[in-house]
Design a protein around this ligand. Structure first.
Ligand SMILES: [Zn+2]
Length: 372
């Protein structure tokens, strides 16, 4: 049976394009050139292409258009307002980002940059999850997928990093709490990188439970260790699951079965949000998942949402830098959200991530026992 699924996208998000600058442009300082050489040793500055680029989104959209899925409703997001951004970001930071409208410049050492269309794109990306939650709250559908960029989970309350300007997921979670009556919001960040910005923003907030599975430090951004579990009233509301390079579908399924699901049952969320990066796909060259793995994760999250929170589930795109992997994975996920079930995924023998998941489960269970 087909289930309505809202897919948010606005082509103005393609206007974020810090790419192809003239190397004689004043923004190409020696420091920037050295930074690119460090991060991307094989790049040629004359032809340097920013990895977080517009065709990441067009690859997904083209695939959904060419191979349409029954039940999909295309939706336009509303841009996040300044007040909505300021729920999770410092006023001075939001004002700084807004002042860059129409500009080109570098914001962070890790190649976070803006082009003239970036601020409009960032406000739309930050507003997409809000639009999705409002539509779900109004009963238009129960599931939504937001195709957006720039991504968000590395954006801190007061600074940009890792290609992220505003923390799209945090802005969404804060809005769901502040305006839609959702008291408890649960997040699973299955992007390959630790969502350090999301962790920082909700670190002492017991109303937002964050499970974050990611490649372990020192892999970028170098945070997300097991013992980072929250502070003050938020102790226990951050559950990190660091994984080795090469982790695949079986490891991520184990994260769901042994971490996400029991944590959700204990927390009883009113809505589930996913920071849905697809960079664990093997075509991104670091981990070993494929689109069948993402499909089954989406299936299990949908079932969990049906069980706990009347089906409310919103996925927000984060990373993923291979166009084929993005298109295949996003299509597989949206297909599941639209009610096409999957029951199995490809599993490689001896997934190196499974042992790390078992270690994380043991660590977090130990914490719960000591707290009880
Ligand atoms: Zn990532």
């Amino acid at each position: 049976m087909t289930t309505p699924v809202l897919v948010y996208y606005d082509m103005r998000m393609l206007g974020h394009n810090p790419h192809g600058w003239d190397p004689s442009h004043p923004a190409w300082t020696d420091a920037v050139k050295a930074m690119i050489a460090l991060q991307y040793p094989n790049s040629n500055l004359e032809t340097y292409s920013h990895p977080e680029r517009p065709d990441r989104l067009t690859a997904i959209v083209d695939r959904l258009m060419l191979d349409p899925i029954e039940g999909v409703r295309w939706m336009l997001p509303a841009a996040a307002s300044t007040a909505q951004l300021e729920r999770v970001h410092d006023k001075t930071y939001v004002a700084h980002i807004e002042s860059l409208e129409g500009e080109s410049c570098w914001l962070a050492k890790d190649t976070t940059a803006v082009s003239p269309g970036s601020i409009e794109a960032a406000c739309l990306a930050a507003g997409a999850g809000i639009s999705a939650c409002e539509a779900i709250s109004a009963g238009e559908a129960r599931r939504a997928f937001c195709i957006l960029r720039p991504p968000g989970h590395h954006a801190h309350s007061d600074h940009a990093s890792g290609f992220c300007l505003y923390n799209n997921l945090a802005v969404t979670a804060a809005h769901a709490r502040a305006r839609l009556g959702y008291e408890r919001v649960m997040v699973w960040d299955w992007d390959m990188h630790h969502g350090n910005g999301t962790q920082e923003i909700f670190y002492s907030d017991p109303s937002v439970l964050v499970v974050d599975s990611h490649c372990a430090a020192p892999f970028y951004p170098g945070s997300g260790l097991l013992y980072e579990t929250g502070s003050g009233a938020g102790v226990g509301s951050q559950i990190n699951v660091p994984l080795p390079l090469g982790s695949g579908n079986a490891a991520l399924l184990k994260v769901f079965d042994e971490v996400v699901k029991p944590a959700a049952k204990a927390f009883q969320p009113d809505i589930l949000l996913v920071s849905s990066g697809f960079d664990c796909h093997h075509l991104d060259m670091v981990c070993a998942m494929d689109e069948t793995g993402f499909a089954i994760l989406a299936q299990r999250m949908s079932d969990l949402a049906d069980e706990l929170c009347d089906g409310r589930l919103v996925l927000l795109l984060e990373g993923g830098y291979n166009a084929q992997a993005l298109a295949d994975s996003a299509h597989a996920v949206v297909k599941v959200l639209a009610g096409n079930p999957v029951n199995a995924c490809n599993v490689m023998p001896d997934d190196p991530g499974c042992e790390a998941v078992a270690d994380a489960v043991q660590f977090h269970q130990g914490l719960n026992t000591r707290r009880a």
